[in-house]
Ligand binder design. Structure first.
Ligand SMILES: [Zn+2]
Length: 95
């Protein structure tokens, strides 16, 4: 599912059109492994449509991406990418 804005890149998510912006907050001890800063991901448009519930979409993303970042991250922040100011809507902390 592609987005409809001019930046459409056929990946199925988009920095402009995706509803969620998910940021893995890399723990201090591992920041040197991430020279470009905390990894940022945008939700798949097809998944947003399928679930019609942002928290479900966020949890699925965090589960999938957590497999990659779990050992370096304890906090994940989820922002609403479509509202002005991109307010934070969920924070997940691993205990
Ligand atoms: Zn777009």
């Amino acid at each position: 599912m592609a987005c409809k804005c001019p930046t459409d890149n056929k990946k199925g998510y988009c920095a402009k059109c995706s509803n969620l912006r998910v940021v893995f907050m890399i723990d201090k001890a591992f920041r040197h492994l991430y020279p470009n800063g905390n990894p940022v991901y945008y939700s798949f448009l097809s998944e947003e449509k399928k679930h019609n519930d942002l928290e479900t979409v966020a949890k699925k993303m965090i589960y999938r991406l957590g497999l990659r970042h779990a050992s370096h991250t304890t906090v994940v922040k989820v922002y609403n990418n479509l509202l002005s100011g991109r307010p934070e809507i969920f924070t997940y902390k691993r205990v």
